[in-house]
Design a protein around this ligand. Sequence first.
Ligand code: B12
Ligand code: SF4
Length: 554
Amino acid sequence: MKCKNAGINVQKRGLTTSGVVLFRGSVQWRFACFCRTSILMTILLSTLNARYAHASLGLRYLLANMGDLQPQTQLQEFVTGAKTTDLVEKLLSWQKPGEKLIVGFGVYIWNVEETTKLVALLKRIAPEVIVILGGPEVSHETQEQEIVKLADYLITGWGDVSFPALCRQILSGPQPLMKIHAGVQAAMSDLTLPYDLYTDDDIKNRTLYVEASRGCPFKCEFCLSALDKTAWPFEIEPFLAEMEKLHARGARLFKFVDRTFNLNIKTSLKIMQFFLDKLEANPLDPVFAHFEVVPDHLPDALKEGIKKFPPGTLQFEIGIQSFNPEVQARISRKQNNEKAAENIRWLCEHSTAHLHVDLIAGLPGETVESFALGFNRLYALQPHEIQFGILKRLRGTPIIRHTAEYGLVFDPYPPYTILANKDVPFEQMQKLIRFARYWDLVANSGRFTHTLPVILADLPFENFMALSDWIYAKTDATHRIALDRLANLVSKWLQEVRGMSAEQVAAVVSRDYAGDAKHKQGAEKATLAAMQKTTETKAATKSTPQRQARHLAA
Ligand code: B12
Ligand code: SF4
């Protein structure tokens, strides 16, 4: 939509947005048009999300805080994997003759390579377009980055107030002298919350990221949040009022990006109560909430709240990372392992929360043997998923201080995964990386819930590593393995390596997987013919994500 007076682009929204989105013809609209008659500029906020389902919360914050520049600011989200020339064309379609075009790119580890290409092409075709960068990937080690060289400006850290300020400067002067600007961290109460900017389409089809706090007080050296040194909470009442509006508009899946949800228990309880009230009022149309929690801090009051959530409505992402006290100390991770294990066990036994627990392989001083001990200890606690991560060297993180002593060798290209260290040579690291991939396919997918315990028996890490090595030897692949083929591979391994009979295998595997039994021979036929449909949706609600639903049904 276009404001005739000033050539201002305004996207029509059927929502109110804390008084910042203007409706055509309204008093505010005419005032904005009057004020900006001399301004001929379109501002685009763009990023490449990891998938369409991930809506960018960062860009929505920037848009919400544009103030009087908001009417001429647009969101232009893309998804990684798209053709760069198509993206350039899309961006340039916003350019109007005689107007300035500013494009602000959100740069993250998952999109930096493609965004670098995009900026390079954009600048070749239209060098007059002003490019401003921001986001965690370009907030550290900036001098050496190709994308920074290509751009006009860079704002490091928070962009909420500094991006509109820089745009205003570019527009009305004094012209910014510096290329790199340190983002100003405004008081949380000064930030306009962005949740009205989730469109009805976003609510229907995408993950709604929300944050009740920013930052983290802990200092784990592999993590970018370690640099924050503290956490800053948003005022809880206005935040919950925004959640209320989202819920009223039909939002049912809320993913909190707070680094540690259970830091301030009073606030955590209020947030939980919000969801419990919704669940009580709408049992047939339930909400699903996801939180990241630290495992060794679960006071009774919180446990009481957690217990009240019905199946399929609550998920926790829990960072264990390592159970090895020496490694923990080396990377400045403070964690009471006994308390953490006790709490995970409690959650498994007394709540229906879906538990997704993170471990990291490749940390300095962690051998394969000590990692295996930690893995087996965690598996014994029976969380629904173990996220087997491989150490990455994120720009700006202090983990590199161990490089020389522990022989850390990282891939120079994103996501900067560790390739080898003093204790885990390259070939061994490759095996761990494949383990992680197959673990995701077989265990975390929830596709083999009955077969998995048979595979793992009393030595989960060692047995799964054997399966992983065997699958790789047979397939030479870690991706594009169809479920049907995977079920056959698992069945064959149980027979050939573990010596089970075709009938025994069929009896186990068929409880998990109903495949296409056609064209199968011998033992595979016996396995597949006996398969029945899984009952994935038995205990799940309609807002429960698929994997969680499968774990619930098991
Ligand atoms: C959601 C999320 C994802 C989603 C993707 C979301 C998407 N849009 O596609 C998924 C789950 C796919 C994901 C994956 C990964 N992620 Co992630 N993820 C996050 C998370 C939890 C939330 C991001 C968010 O919305 N934050 C809230 C907003 C308000 O903050 P923000 O995005 O940083 O935006 C602010 C500033 O950065 C800045 N800004 C942002 N854009 C712009 C643009 C301009 C022009 C300007 C000026 C400023 C600016 O201003 C914003 C407001 O202040 C963050 C942790 C966190 N809480 O931030 C990690 C985080 C971004 N992820 C991280 C990592 C390491 C990963 C993984 C590598 C993890 C892994 N081990 O596999 C993978 C990537 C895999 C790959 N393919 O490479 C790191 C970032 C590393 C980096 N340099 O980018 C973070 C910070 C976690 C951490 N503490 O270490 N992730
Ligand atoms: S790993 Fe978790 S606890 Fe540690 S600094 Fe990062 S966000 Fe904080």
